[in-house]
Design a protein around this ligand. Structure first.
Ligand SMILES: Nc1ncnc2c1ncn2[C@@H]1O[C@H](COP(=O)(O)OP(=O)(O)OP(=O)(O)O)[C@@H](O)[C@H]1O
Ligand SMILES: [Mg+2]
Length: 584
């Protein structure tokens, strides 16, 4: 796949998982062609990977080229004169549209764009019907007719789509900034309010529905409910499921060359609660003594990330909190947040806050303060409008307390370190119990362990690995692999399938390996399963143009006799030897 739009995540392979969400939205986008997809808001706490999903969706749709045109725009958190903002919004759309139609990704680079250039390239690419739209916008821009330009800008995707009998998906990130960052005057003194409300009818378009998101989720939801009632469906984005979090840990470990053990990999996924931001920050951490192969090393890295000003996690959250607190403008705000953090396991009523914190303010004022905190996503609303709770994010909680608890109460940050130790002890016990329960001595992460085996020095372990693998061709040797990872042809491709292991030989003369891993306790690998694997094996060989590739199945509980015979007949190597799961 070609990644037309540069993703903020960095190298495309750093994007992990989000399978359920991508499948949902690709289906939703496909539904646009049947005019059945309603504008939707992707909602989640901060840093959960909303932007990553939107950018990946853009690239998949662009690449698929299957009747829906993607438009992605991020509204910046900087004050802008409405005229400049509308110009940027309009031209970004036009350039992305032309890039899609002409299949020329260079038009996605929107650094130097202007109306006359847009007309020029629209004509050059044979898209003359755009010229009228661009001229109209250009005219309104020159006349400084702010309202007309907004109307034209907002309506352009919908109008072009319906006129051309096409479909467009409009992905607008940081949508809430429409409300506070756009000004009617050049000096940015008078807010251009109600511009979001302009979407009342635009958001109903079935030709060009919206998919919006934003980093201030409480605020965004509030704005959608207030200004655009019943125009949007909500799609909540959650933490990554366990298998995707594992995949991310192993992928980042490989990519950033930061080794982990099975145990620390497990602990990382658990302490990060499946947050891609936390996992990524732990692996990217600048902590000098970073060592993720021991629990102590992991704990120290996390402490650094949470408590040290150089930590990515602390830095990110502090930036956020510092921009939120002045908005709330209340000396008691920190005390309230702190109180809720400390009682994170339950909801707290406004009355309790009044009594415990001896707040000297009428209940209606307190309600407004709390509403502002909820809007900023620093605390959460409870079951009723009278109940509140701290956000259920154990790392955010520690960052906040690390900074403010000392200011407010006698408090030693060492307490937080102790809490991490306690959490790791509990998690360690849980991990050991899991191992016992499922007899997962080794193998909870079997496919990753095997991938690691192949990636690091498989050529040096050639004789050993050969001795524990059956049915290898006589000229076979384990060699060096230029990449070894799971293979995922999903969901951006129409024929989606996953393969546990794909190790591409560095030297095309050597065998590449395509493998399946099963770590069941009892049930043996069956002939039918070998058949299923063969289909995927052949597909991958064809997709990747592999001349020399060997199929390999690892099954911890072994193989049925029938399956073994079948592997021999089809030239598939196989093994149940635990040696594959040992560290090399
Ligand atoms: N699917 C993913 N695979 C790998 N890393 C991810 C993924 N999603 C998010 N990340 C990591 O988490 C970080 C935050 O992601 P992103 O900026 O997309 O979140 P967001 O929800 O848009 O945040 P904000 O609320 O600030 O807008 C990214 O920089 C990246 O390191
Ligand atoms: Mg974002």
């Amino acid at each position: 796949m070609i990644y037309a739009l540069e993703e903020r995540i960095g190298r495309p392979e750093l994007f992990v998982g989000r399978k359920k969400e991508l499948e949902f939205f690709l289906e939703w986008i496909n539904g646009i062609k049947m005019k059945k997809s309603m504008s939707t808001a992707l909602l989640a706490r901060r840093k959960m990977g909303k932007t990553a999903i939107l950018e990946r969706l853009f690239n998949i749709i662009f690449f698929k080229n299957d009747g829906v045109i993607p438009f992605y725009y991020e509204i910046k958190e900087t004050k802008m004169w409405a005229l400049s903002f509308y110009q940027s919004f309009f031209l970004t759309f036009i350039y992305q549209y032309i890039a899609f139609k002409s299949r020329k990704t260079e038009y996605l680079d929107t650094d130097n764009i202007d109306f006359s250039k847009a007309i020029e390239i629209a004509q050059k690419e044979g898209l003359d019907y755009l010229v009228g739209f661009i001229e109209g916008a250009s005219h309104a821009y020159r006349e400084e007719n702010v309202d007309a330009l907004w109307e034209l800008t907002r309506e352009a995707p919908k109008k072009i789509a319906s006129r051309q009998k096409e479909f467009i998906v409009q992905m607008i990130d940081e949508f809430q900034f429409l409300e506070t960052m756009i000004y009617r005057d050049k000096e940015c003194k008078n807010l251009a309010d109600k511009i979001a409300g302009g979407y009342l009818s635009t958001a109903e378009s079935k030709f060009a529905p919206l998919l919006v998101s934003g980093s201030w989720v409480g605020w965004l939801m509030n704005m959608l409910m207030k200004l655009l009632p019943s125009r949007f469906r909500y799609y909540p984005l959650e933490n990554m499921p366990q298998d995707e979090a594992f995949e991310m840990v192993y992928k980042y470990s490989q990519f950033f060359n930061v080794p982990v053990t099975e145990e620390t990999a497990y602990l990382t996924t658990q302490i990060a609660e499946g947050s891609p931001f936390y996992i990524s920050s732990i692996f990217r951490s600048g902590y000098e003594k970073k060592d993720l192969t021991t629990i102590e090393g992991l704990s120290k890295t996390l402490e650094f990330e949470t408590l040290d000003n150089r930590g990515i996690i602390k830095y990110t959250w502090m930036e956020y909190i510092k921009s939120a607190l002045p908005r709330i403008n209340d000396k008691n705000a920190k005390r309230i947040v702190l109180y809720l953090c400390k009682h994170r396991d339950r909801e707290v009523t406004r009355k309790e806050l009044q009594d415990e914190l001896k707040l000297d303010m009428p209940d209606t004022d307190l309600e407004l303060k709390l509403e502002a905190l909820v809007k900023s996503d620093i605390i959460a609303q409870g079951q009723t409008a009278f109940d509140y709770r701290g956000v259920s994010d154990n790392i955010f909680d520690k960052v906040f307390r690390g900074v403010y608890q000392k200011e407010i109460e006698q408090f030693d940050v060492k307490e937080i370190k102790k809490e991490y130790d306690r959490s790791f002890n509990t998690l360690k016990r849980r991990y050991r119990r899991l191992q016992g329960k499922y007899n997962y001595q080794k193998g909870y992460f079997a496919e990753y362990l095997i991938v690691d085996r192949l990636r690091v020095h498989a050529d040096e372990d050639n004789e050993f690995l050969k001795s524990i693998t059956r049915n290898l061709p006589c000229d076979f040797n384990f060699s060096r692999y230029s990449s070894a990872w799971k293979y995922n042809r999903s969901p951006e491709n129409s024929h989606s399938f996953n393969i546990d292991i794909f190790a591409r030989a560095e030297d095309p003369g050597d065998y590449s390996l395509i493998g399946e891993v099963k770590c069941r306790d009892v049930r043996k690998f069956s002939k039918e399963e070998v058949d299923g694997f063969l289909v995927k094996f052949e597909k991958l060989k064809a997709y990747e143009n592999l001349e020399r590739a060997l199929g390999f199945i690892f099954s911890r509980s072994g193989f049925t006799q029938e399956a073994e015979n079948y592997c021999k007949e089809k030239g598939i190597a196989y093994s149940e030897d635990q040696g594959w799961l040992e560290n090399s």
